[in-house]
Design a protein around this ligand. Structure first.
Ligand SMILES: NC(=O)c1ccc[n+]([C@@H]2O[C@H](COP(=O)([O-])OP(=O)(O)OC[C@H]3O[C@@H](n4cnc5c(N)ncnc54)[C@H](O)[C@@H]3O)[C@@H](O)[C@H]2O)c1
Length: 411
C-alpha cells in the first residue's frame, strides 16, 4: 500500500511510522517545512518513547514532504484546536488537508480522518470537500485516536480502536489496514457515532476531574484530606474518582467537551465541568495570595509548564493561566520545567528558578520534582504549594517550609 499521512505531529508521525514498519510505503506530509526538513535529515521533531527506533527501522519506507501525492490511502491527522478566544472547533486544518487530498484522490482510494472533530464533521465537511472534484466512489472512515503522549506507541498498538465507516465496505477496508499493527480489538460503527464516542470518552474524564476538583474545594472547607478520602472511596468496586489538580490542559480534555457543547443544545454538566476545571488556575492563585498575604509584590516559582507529568507538551497547560492570573495580581512569576527546551522565561536549573522566590508552586507532576532537595534551595521565603500532592511534605517541612497541599483542609 502507498499511504499518505497528512499532519506529522504527536499523532500523525507515530501513525505514519507504524504503517511504514508494517511494510507499507509511507509519505508523511506536513505544511511545517521545519518538520519535513528535520525528518528528511534523519532526526525527529519531538521526543516520544521508542519513536527513534521505529523511525530508524522505517528508513526505506518513509519519506517526508510538503505536498500530498496520489496514494492508495490518505490519513488526516491535523490539529483541531479551538478558534481563537472562542469555544468552537477550528476546523481550518481539516478543511485544508481535505482540499489537498481532493486534488489528487482517485476512484477506489481510501481516506481516513484521525483528527478529533465535532459530530457530523465527516458527513457535512470532509466528504463534501473530497467529492468536489471526484464523483466516483471512494472509501472513507473516521478512526479517532486514543493514545496519550508519553505512551503513544504502546497505546496506538495495544488500545482498542473504533472505526466509523461511511459504509460497511469502507469500515472493513480500514479495519484490515489498522490490523497490520493494532493488537487491541477494533469496533465498527458509522462516522457520526465514532466522532461522538471519541468526544464522550474525553468528556467523561473531564467531568470526573471536575468532580474531583469540586471534592477538593469541599474538603478544604470541611477540614478533610481529599487525597485520602478519594483513595478510600476508590476502594468501592464501582467507584473510580480521578485526581484533583490545578486545572486541565492538553489538546483533548480541555477542548473536546466543547465540541459536544457546540453541536448540542442539551449540554449542561459538560459545560459546567469545563467551567469548574477552568476555574482551578484562579483558585491556585488564591491559595498563593492567602499564603503570601503579608508580602507586597511577591515572586513565585512555578514548577512545571507541561500540562501533565513527564512529557514536554504545554498545550492548554494550566501553568500559563496561573502565570497570567498571578501577574495580573502584581506577582513576579518564574518558571522551571526540565522537559521543555527553549521556552521564553524557562530557567535552566531549579536553583536559578527559585532564587529570591517567596513561594514554590508545584503545577506539573513530573517524577523528577520528587528528587528536589529543599535544603539545597536558596529561596527568599520558604513556602510551598503542592497542587498535585506528589512531594514528600515531611522533608519540606523539616527544611523549614510552610506547606499547603491542594485539597487538604486544616484538620
Ligand atoms: N496529541 C494527542 O495526544 C492526541 C490524542 C488523541 C487525539 N488527538 C487528535 O489528533 C489530532 C492531531 O493532533 P496532534 O497532537 O498530532 O497535533 P499536532 O499539532 O502535534 O500535529 C499536527 C500537525 O499537522 C500539521 N498540519 C496542519 N495543517 C496541515 C495541513 N493542512 N496539511 C498538512 N499538515 C498540516 C501541523 O504543522 C502539525 O505538525 C487532533 O485532532 C487531536 O485532537 C491528539
Amino acid at each position: 500500500m502507498k499511504i499518505c499521512v497528512v499532519g506529522l505531529g504527536y499523532i500523525g508521525l507515530p501513525t505514519a511510522l507504524l504503517f511504514a514498519n508494517s511494510q507499507n510505503i509511507v509519505l508523511g506530509v506536513d505544511t511545517n517545512t521545519r518538520i519535513v526538513d528535520t525528518l528528511n535529515k534523519g532526526e525527529l521533531p519531538f521526543d516520544e518513547p521508542s519513536l527513534l527506533e521505529l523511525f530508524q527501522n522505517a528508513k526505506n519506507n518513509f519519506t517526508a514532504s510538503s505536498s500530498v501525492e496520489s496514494s492508495d490511502v490518505y490519513v488526516i491527522a491535523v490539529p483541531t484546536p479551538l478558534e481563537n478566544g472562542m469555544k468552537l472547533a477550528d476546523l481550518n486544518a481539516v478543511k485544508n488537508a481535505s482540499e489537498s487530498i481532493a486534488k489528487v484522490i482517485k476512484e477506489g482510494q481510501l481516506v481516513i480522518l484521525e483528527s478529533t472533530v465535532p459530530p457530523g464533521t465527516s458527513e457535512n465537511i470532509v466528504i463534501p470537500i473530497l467529492r468536489k472534484n471526484m464523483n466516483k466512489y471512494f472509501y472513507y472512515a473516521h478512526c479517532p485516536e486514543r493514545a496519550i503522549p508519553g505512551k503513544t506507541l504502546h497505546e496506538m498498538v495495544c488500545n482498542d480502536r473504533i472505526i466509523g465507516g461511511l459504509d460497511v465496505k469502507s469500515a472493513k477496508k480500514t479495519k484490515q489496514l489498522y490490523s497490520s499493527f493494532v493488537k487491541g480489538n477494533i469496533y465498527i460503527t458509522n462516522t457520526k457515532t465514532a466522532e461522538f464516542v471519541k468526544l464522550m470518552e474525553n468528556t467523561f474524564r473531564d467531568i470526573n476531574i471536575a468532580l474531583a476538583n469540586e471534592f477538593s474545594l469541599m474538603a478544604e472547607e470541611l477540614g478533610i484530606d481529599v487525597w485520602k478520602a478519594i483513595e478510600i472511596a476508590n476502594k468501592h468496586p464501582r467507584v473510580d474518582i480521578l485526581k484533583p489538580g490545578p486545572g486541565v490542559g492538553g489538546h483533548c480534555l480541555a477542548v473536546d467537551p466543547l465540541f459536544l457543547a457546540e453541536k448540542s443544545s442539551r449540554s449542561r454538566i459538560v459545560t459546567l465541568a469545563r467551567e469548574i476545571n477552568d476555574s482551578m488556575p484562579g483558585y491556585v492563585v488564591k491559595l498563593v495570595k492567602d499564603m503570601l498575604k503579608d508580602i507586597e509584590h511577591p515572586t513565585i516559582t512555578l514548577l512545571g509548564l507541561a500540562y501533565k507529568g513527564n512529557v514536554d507538551d504545554t498545550r492548554e497547560s494550566p501553568s500559563f493561566k496561573i502565570k497570567k492570573i498571578a501577574e495580573s495580581e502584581g506577582m513576579t512569576v518564574k518558571l522551571y520545567d526540565p522537559f521543555i527546551r527553549d521556552f521564553p522565561g524557562n530557567h535552566q536549573t531549579i536553583h536559578d528558578a527559585v532564587k529570591d522566590t517567596d513561594c514554590i508552586v508545584l503545577v506539573t507532576d513530573h517524577e523528577v520534582f520528587k528528587d528536589i532537595e529543599p535544603k539545597s534551595l536558596q529561596v527568599r521565603n520558604k513556602n510551598l504549594i503542592d497542587t498535585r500532592n506528589i512531594l514528600n511534605h515531611h522533608v519540606w517541612r523539616d527544611a523549614g517550609y510552610h506547606v499547603k497541599i491542594l485539597g487538604v483542609g486544616l484538620i
